[in-house]
Ligand binder design. Structure first.
Ligand code: C2O
Ligand code: CU
Length: 493
């Protein structure tokens, strides 16, 4: 495990103080082989119209057992964890009746969907639904991709407790037929089967810095499930990172992960990866040619990655996620992936440029701690996580005009990565300090790397094509958003 300290940062001091360098090892809950991978339960469509998907979602406490006989209380939709899979076709109308059976107010945000503003599920579009209350969302889905849903009220805690589910919108695509799976990645901190609530005794500084990283990494709510694959087959994985904090750096030894789609649908041309990084909130459409022999097995891992890598700090070791077992074979399957998957036309910037800075000012200042002028045991206040220096809800709103395209420069002033998420619109990544993006595709969430040497920049192009209204943008490490790294965009009609 690499652990070096090339420069001084209070984050590192904190990590040292808490003995976190090197991270937590595998927990007693790890298993070499678990039960067969389940697909998320399909939400029942109660409307017979083929172009309308009408589902009911009840949010309520749920007791599950990750270990036989050891109950764990989560919060979940419709009594399943993760929440049910909502399936629709491109341009369908989706109606969702939310009933809140939680002990606190909630909402549902349809992450990545370009929808009408009133259905966005945020504090700038609706009052949270009180316990016992209900709310109906009604919108159309213009893009074919994997989206997901989660609360936007007390969201760091509510998502951590288990409130999230996938929304898969099907469209025409030129891909070969494949065995398709939805994979919802998330994590929980379990101790003896009990869900540990990081905020129970007041939020600790490491939780503020890193978000809530759980010791138990799950695929579709399962610990180390097993997926049977066929020799000579083709797998298509629709993956969402539903963790409020954890990054997934996916690797499948002996196999190539071919990315064909991202948040907003198919990318222009396929790109091959040996490790594929998925930040919180992002989705990926991955093809995997399964060329092992009958009886072989391999493990999908979350390979070591640190959001503090700019500080040379790697707290997150490799972690096994899912066992693949070869069982049976198929011959002569056409697995050729077209060189062009989609046409993505770059929008022309015809409105202002907007520069947006992520900052995490600390109090007391790191240099004062190092110089010893401040008691080293004094609590460090992270409350000033901010965008453009002003923490939500005091952040200045940005005003844009419907029908224009803007270039936003995302500027990370901190040593840690932040996944930037914009509600209601999609964007193209134009260029960045690291060079251009490896693929062209529509995004709603993108990782902005931390930097030790200066600001890390990423330019994105946003066409404000439709849906005027009040939208949020924020870091998708949900604790960071809650601490202030969130702001409002007003798109005028
Ligand atoms: Cu997935 Cu504002 O969030
Ligand atoms: Cu962040």
């Amino acid at each position: 495990m690499r652990c070096r300290f090339p420069f001084i940062s209070s984050i590192i001091l904190l990590a040292l103080a808490q003995g976190s360098c090197g991270g937590s090892g595998p927990t007693e809950l790890d298993r070499s082989a678990g039960s067969e991978l389940r697909q998320p339960m399909l939400a029942e469509d109660i409307d017979p119209d083929p172009d309308v998907v009408h589902v009911q979602l009840s949010a309520a406490p749920l007791v599950v057992e990750f270990e036989p006989g050891v109950p764990t209380e989560l919060w979940a939709y419709n009594g399943v964890f993760p929440g049910p899979l909502i399936e629709a076709k491109q341009d369908d109308r989706i109606i969702v009746d939310l009933v809140n059976n939680l002990p606190e107010p909630t909402t549902i945000h349809w992450h990545g969907v370009r929808l009408s503003n009133a259905n966005d599920g945020t504090p700038v579009t609706q009052d949270p639904v009180p316990p016992g209350g209900s709310f109906t969302y009604d919108f159309t889905v213009p893009d074919a991709s994997l989206f997901w849903y989660h609360p936007h009220a007390n969201s760091a805690e509510q998502v951590y407790r288990g409130l999230y589910g996938p929304l898969l919108v099907h469209g025409d695509d030129p891909l070969p037929a494949a065995d398709e799976r939805v994979l919802v990645l998330s994590d929980l901190e379990l101790s003896g089967g009990q869900l540990v609530l990081p905020w129970a005794d007041g939020v600790q500084q490491m939780e503020n810095a890193m978000g809530y990283l759980g010791n138990t990494q799950l695929v579709n709510g399962q610990l180390m499930p097993e997926l049977k694959v066929r020799s000579g087959g083709l797998e298509r994985w629709r993956v969402v990172n539903a963790s409020g904090s954890r990054y997934y750096n996916l690797a499948l030894p002996g196999h190539v992960l071919t990315m064909v789609g991202t948040d907003g649908g198919l990318i222009e041309s396929p790109v091959e990866y040996s490790e594929f990084l998925l930040a919180p909130g992002e989705r990926a459409d991955l093809l995997v040619a399964t060329d092992g022999s009958d009886g072989d097995s391999t493990v999908l891992i979350n390979a070591s990655y640190s959001i503090m890598h700019a500080a040379g700090f790697m707290p997150d070791p490799d972690h096994p996620l899912m066992q693949l077992r070869y069982s049976g074979s198929v011959n002569g399957l056409d697995r050729s992936i077209p060189a062009q998957l989609a046409t993505i036309t770059e929008p022309v910037v015809d409105a202002g440029e907007f520069s947006l800075q992520f900052s995490a000012a600390l109090d007391p200042q790191p240099m004062d701690i190092i110089a010893g002028t401040v008691d080293e045991d004094a609590p460090i206040n992270f409350a000033s996580f901010a965008i453009n220096g002003r923490p939500w809800p005091d952040a200045a709103e940005h005003v844009s005009q419907l029908g224009t395209t803007e270039r936003w420069t995302l500027n990370n002033h901190t040593v840690m990565d932040h996944p930037f998420h914009l509600h209601g619109y999609r964007f193209l990544v134009e260029s960045g300090t690291d060079g251009g993006p490896a693929y062209r595709g529509w995004k709603d969430t993108v990782n902005v790397h931390g930097s030790e040497l200066g600001d890390h920049l990423l330019d994105i192009l946003i066409p404000f094509e439709d849906n005027p209204g009040n939208w949020l943008y924020h870091c998708h490490i949900l604790r960071h958003a809650e601490l202030g790294m969130m702001a409002e965009l007003v798109v005028n009609p």
